[in-house]
Design a protein around this ligand. Structure first.
Ligand code: PGA
Length: 258
């Protein structure tokens, strides 16, 4: 059985007071859970204070992005080693906001994934189609191209460090989540593609998260799907009680399906 994984993507939210306070509230209520993996990804300036707030808990810390060079003249960028140095074990790569607002390409993401892995950071690697692509029946083609383009050069051992996230762009921050059946169909497709590229064992092992308007009300139905192993959560991760409720109902649903 794959261990459920719940990640909070705080995006460009919180501040010097509310970031660590949110982390501390989560650590107090869910910090000792061992049947799920938990991750929070605050903005870069608050990594150190959030790390402190999480101390003694089992909740992991991650960055929302990184650059692919180790150091040097890259104004405004943060290296994988710097994230490691700040206590991060994880980094989100390929989020649709970075693909579509910041213009990140598969080619760039491939370099970032390799750099993150060689620095010992585990990627949460996102793929997902826009509404226009879904309507044009390109959902699977887009997911496959992003998976291959970003991660295709990884060895099976490297791929073993990755968590995938299916995040349909039309569902992110919109209040309209993918239905459990829509999500399951893409997750199943992705697992097949992973099997084709890295083998059956890798496909069985990889956790594929869903992201896009997850909340305490829809978590259980989504997590009842056999190929859905957790969530990457934006808005609902900004309130400890909502994030906690998603974790609770998701973990219960995941346990019930086995
Ligand atoms: P949302 O964001 O939960 O606010 O829709 C998800 C994400 O972008 O990771």
């Amino acid at each position: 059985m794959r261990k459920p994984f719940f990640a909070g993507n705080w995006k460009m939210n919180t501040d010097a007071a509310s970031g660590p306070a949110l982390a501390a509230a989560l650590a107090a209520s869910h910090g000792q859970r061992t049947e799920v993996d938990l991750l929070v990804c605050p903005p870069f300036p608050y990594l150190a204070s959030v790390r402190q707030a999480l101390a003694g808990s089992k909740i992991a810390l991650g960055g929302q992005n990184c650059w692919h060079e180790a150091k040097g003249a890259f104004t405004g960028e943060v290296s994988p080693a710097m994230l490691r140095d700040c206590g991060c074990g994880w980094v989100i790569l390929g989020h649709s906001e970075r693909r579509h607002i910041l213009g990140e390409t598969d080619e760039l993401l491939k370099k970032k994934a390799l750099a993150a892995l060689s620095a010992g950071l585990r990627p949460v690697f996102c793929v997902g189609e826009t509404l226009a692509q879904r309507q044009a029946d390109q959902t699977e083609a887009v997911a496959h191209a992003q998976l291959q383009g970003g991660l295709g050069s990884l060895s099976a051992e490297q791929f073993g460090q990755v968590v995938l996230a299916y995040e349909p762009v039309w569902a992110i921050g919109t209040g309209v989540n993918a239905s459990p059946e829509q999500a399951e169909s893409v997750h199943q497709f992705l697992r097949k593609r992973v099997e084709g590229a890295w083998g059956a064992a890798a496909a069985q092992r990889v956790r594929i998260l869903y992201g896009g308007s997850v909340n305490p009300g829809n978590a259980a139905a989504l997590l009842a799907q056999p190929n859905l192993d957790g969530f990457l959560i934006g808005g609902a991760s900004l309130k400890a009680s909502d994030f906690g409720a998603v974790i609770d109902s998701g973990a219960k649903a995941a346990a019930a399906r086995t």
